[in-house]
Design a protein around this ligand. Structure first.
Ligand code: DX5
Ligand code: ZN
Length: 226
């Protein structure tokens, strides 16, 4: 019998109110968030800039929630140490941005961090087959990387389901993370497909329609429905 893992929530910190960050962190912690998803963008792998290692270190000093660092950068090897040395962090990168992704995974682990890979909507699962035994997390990008507020790429739902089957068939210990347009309508669909972690951004948690605590409760209520 396969025991379904509880679905965890990772607030997307690029969507947070930076002017009230410490207060919002208390609300997220009290509201039941599991990780803090931090999108790192270099203006090259994606045409946007967001957060950096100093922001991550400030978060780690201010919150006990583990950081879920998503590197949307070219040549990730050059930046691994800055992020993988943050206590408790999981560091994920896009494998096509690394010359030798398996070596990049080893580099992340060498600094004591857990490692993951992030899969662009255009990338087939076959491209990450050889990496699955070496990761703890696969971030399935359900939007094109780079910006908050985008709409779901519908084919990525089937990708979550297919990856879930591969993980079960190969008896791997890998969490599937859905990242992008995790909206009120998409949450049940992503969970039904097999998502274990939801990156909650402007489409739900930070939608501004209600307070953070109410939105966290609404997400957890959605997840409590089987
Ligand atoms: C997109 C980021 C996502 C995004 C999620 O590149 O990885 O984390 O911020 O937020 P929404 O809900 O706006 O897609
Ligand atoms: Zn992300």
């Amino acid at each position: 019998m396969v025991v379904k893992k509880p679905v965890r929530v990772a607030p997307s910190m690029m969507c947070a109110d930076f002017l009230h960050l410490a207060d919002d962190l208390r609300v997220l912690e009290g509201g039941g968030a599991d990780f803090l998803h931090v999108d790192i963008m270099d203006g090259h792998y994606v045409p946007n800039f967001t957060l950096g290692p100093d922001f991550c270190r400030a978060l780690a000093r201010c919150s006990h929630l583990p950081l879920d660092i998503h590197l949307m950068v070219e040549n990730p090897d050059a930046h691994i140490e800055a992020f993988a040395t943050i206590p408790g962090a999981t560091v994920s990168f896009h494998p096509e941005a690394s010359r030798h992704p398996h070596r990049t995974l080893s580099l992340i682990r060498s600094f004591g961090a857990d490692c993951g890979i992030a899969v662009d909507p255009s990338m087939p699962l076959s491209a990450i087959d050889e990496l699955l035994p070496f990761v703890r997390r696969v971030c399935i990008m359900t939007v094109n990387p780079g910006y908050a507020g985008q709409k779901l790429v519908p084919t990525t739902i089937a990708k979550i389901a297919a990856l879930s089957r591969v993980i079960a068939d190969r008896v791997l210990v890998v969490d599937i993370e859905a990242d992008g347009n995790v909206s009120w309508d998409n949450i049940p669909v992503m969970v039904a497909a097999g998502a274990d972690i939801l990156v909650a951004g402007s489409s739900s948690l930070f939608d501004g329609a209600a307070g953070l605590l109410d939105n966290m409760r609404r997400i957890l209520e959605l997840l409590s429905r089987d």
